[in-house]
Design a protein around this ligand. Structure first.
Ligand SMILES: CC(=O)N[C@H]1[C@@H](OP(=O)(O)OP(=O)(O)OC[C@H]2O[C@@H](n3ccc(=O)[nH]c3=O)[C@H](O)[C@@H]2O)O[C@H](CO)[C@@H](O)[C@@H]1O
Ligand SMILES: C=C(OP(=O)(O)O)C(=O)O
Length: 428
C-alpha cells in the first residue's frame, strides 16, 4: 500500500495532457458486451476502475487485448455468468453490467455496486427502467437478479435526473423490441459518448444530450472502433490546481465547453483564462476572490469538482459557500482540510469557507476519489509536507497524477507504507 507526499509551495507551470474520461470508459467497456463482434476503444485512461472492468469482462468469457491505451474487447464467447461478489463491489460502474447483460442475455446477476461513499446512492431508477422494459428484478442477499423472457420498449420517466440510470436503461433498451423513450434523462457528455459508441455498433438512438432520449430497438449490434472523450473532471481538477498554485498552465486535450460552469467560477474569482482548440490556459493574477458554488446536473457545476474547488476557496477572500445539491453528504474532505488549517464551517446543507488562509502540511486521509483530489490541491498550496493515505481511491480516477503534477513543477511522490502505518490507516 502506498501513500502520497507533497512538498507544497512549488509554482505550477507548463502543459499537462488530459486522459480519456473515467465516467465514459466505465460505461463504454460494459457496452461492448452488447456487440456480436470485437469493439475497439481508443484512449482509455490507465486507472484502476478500467482495470477492474476489464477483469470483469474476462470473467464473463470476453477476451480483452490492450495495445497502449487502446483496448479491443471480443464479446463473442461471453456468457451470462453471475457476478454477485468480488470485483463488482470495488466500483460504482459495475452496475452497467446489469443493463448490458440484460440487453444481451435477458438475464444477469450482479452484486450491488461500490464506488465512492457519498451518502446514500440508490439505484431505484435503474431498476424502475429495467422493470418497465419487462424484466423481473429482485434483490437476493445483496445481489440484483434480472430476468426477462423478452425486453419490450417502454416510456420511462426518471424521478431524479441520473447519469447511471440514463446509461443503464439505454444499454438495456438498444436491443429491446420497439420504441423506448427516456424522459427527464441526464445530459452529461459521457452519456453522449456512450450513445455514439452504441450508434456506431448499429443502435438507433435520438435526442441524446437533451432530456428526452428515443431508442428504436434493433435485433443485433456489431463491433466498431470508437475514440473516448477527454475527462472533464480530470481537466477541471488540473484547472483548479493551476488556479491555486499555477503561473501559466496549459491544459491540453480538453473540451472547454464541458467545464463551462467551472470556468465561469474561475473567471469570477479573477483567474485569467484563454481557450483555444482543445487547449486551455490558466494564469491566475493577484489575489483570488471568493465565490459561491452550487452543484447541479450537467451543464451545472459538477459535484465531482465540488471537493477540489473547496480547497481552492481556502486561498480566496473572504467567504465562499459550497452547496452540493446532488450529494449533500459529500463532505468527508472537510475535516481533513481543517487539519491543514482551513477555516470551514458546515451549516445546514452548506459549507462556508473563510479565507484566505495559509494551508499547512499534515497527515491526511483520502476517504474517496475527489476528497483525494481536494487534498492534493490543498497539499500543493500548503507550507511543508502533506502526507495522503487512501491513495487507492485516487487511482480509481486519475491517470499518473503524480507524474503529471511533477511535470508541471510540483514536488509530489509516492512511498510504500510501513506495516505500522497500514495498521493505523486501516483502523482510522
Ligand atoms: C460512474 C459514474 O458515472 N459516476 C458519476 C455518476 O454517478 P451516478 O450515476 O451513481 O450518479 P447519478 O447521476 O445516478 O446520481 C444523481 C442523484 O440521483 C440519485 N439517484 C440516482 C439513481 C437512482 O436510481 N436513484 C437516485 O435517487 C443519487 O443518489 C444522486 O443524488 O454521476 C454522479 C453525478 O454526476 C457523479 O458524481 C459520478 O462521478
Ligand atoms: C463519484 C465518483 O465516482 P463513482 O461514481 O465511480 O464512485 C467520481 O468520479 O467522483
Amino acid at each position: 500500500m502506498q501513500k502520497m507526499l507533497i512538498e507544497g509551495g512549488h509554482v505550477l507551470n507548463g502543459q499537462v495532457r488530459i486522459s480519456g474520461a473515467k465516467n465514459s470508459a466505465v460505461a463504454l467497456l460494459p457496452a461492448s458486451i452488447l456487440a456480436n463482434s470485437p469493439v475497439t476503444i481508443e484512449g482509455l485512461p490507465e486507472i484502476s476502475d478500467v482495470g477492474t472492468l476489464s477483469d470483469l469482462l474476462e470473467e464473463i468469457g470476453g477476451t480483452v487485448n490492450w495495445e497502449g491505451q487502446t483496448i479491443t474487447v471480443n464479446p463473442e464467447n461471453m456468457v451470462a455468468m453471475p457476478l454477485p461478489n468480488g470485483k463488482v463491489k470495488k466500483l460504482r460502474a459495475s452496475y452497467y453490467f446489469m443493463g448490458a447483460m440484460l440487453g444481451k442475455f435477458k438475464k444477469a446477476v450482479i452484486g450491488l455496486p461500490g464506488g465512492c461513499f457519498l451518502g446514500p446512492r440508490p439505484i431505484d431508477q435503474h431498476i424502475k427502467g429495467f422493470e418497465a422494459l419487462g424484466a423481473e428484478v429482485t434483490n437476493e442477499q445483496g445481489a440484483i437478479y434480472l430476468r426477462a423472457d423478452e425486453l419490450r420498449g417502454a416510456r420511462i420517466y426518471l424521478d431524479v435526473v441520473s447519469v447511471g440510470a440514463t446509461i443503464n436503461i439505454m444499454l438495456a433498451a438498444v436491443k429491446a423490441k420497439g420504441k423506448t423513450v427516456i424522459e427527464n434523462a441526464a445530459k452529461e457528455p459521457e452519456i453522449i459518448d456512450v450513445a455514439t459508441l452504441l450508434t456506431n455498433m448499429g443502435a438507433k438512438i435520438k435526442g441524446v444530450g437533451t432530456d428526452v432520449i428515443r431508442i428504436e430497438g434493433v435485433p443485433e449490434l456489431h463491433g466498431c472502433r470508437h475514440t473516448i472523450i477527454p475527462d472533464r473532471i480530470e481537466a477541471g481538477t488540473y484547472a483548479i490546481a493551476a488556479a491555486a498554485q499555477g503561473k501559466e498552465v496549459i491544459i491540453d486535450n480538453v473540451i472547454t465547453n464541458h467545464i463551462e460552469a467551472l470556468l465561469a467560477k474561475l473567471r469570477e474569482m479573477g483567474v485569467r483564462l484563454e481557450e483555444s482548440d482543445e487547449k486551455l490556459l490558466i494564469a491566475p493574477q493577484g489575489p483570488l476572490k471568493s465565490v459561491d458554488i452550487k452543484t447541479l446536473v450537467y451543464p451545472g457545476f459538477p459535484t465531482d469538482l465540488q471537493q477540489p474547488f473547496t480547497s481552492l476557496l481556502t486561498k480566496a477572500g473572504t467567504t465562499g459557500v459550497v452547496t452540493d445539491t446532488i450529494y449533500s453528504a459529500r463532505l468527508k474532505h472537510i475535516d481533513e482540510l481543517r487539519r491543514m488549517n482551513a477555516s470551514i464551517k458546515v451549516e445546514g446543507g452548506s459549507v462556508i469557507v473563510s479565507g484566505p488562509v495559509q494551508m499547512n502540511g499534515a497527515k491526511v486521509k483520502a476517504t474517496d476519489l475527489r476528497a483525494g483530489a481536494a487534498l492534493i490541491v490543498a497539499g500543493l498550496m500548503a507550507n511543508g509536507i502533506t502526507e495522503i493515505t487512501g491513495v487507492d481511491h485516487i487511482d480509481r480516477g486519475y491517470e499518473n497524477i503524480t507524474d503529471k503534477l511533477r511535470s508541471l513543477g510540483a514536488n509530489i511522490w509516492r512511498e510504500e507504507m510501513t506495516e505500522k502505518e497500514i495498521i493505523q490507516f486501516q483502523n482510522s
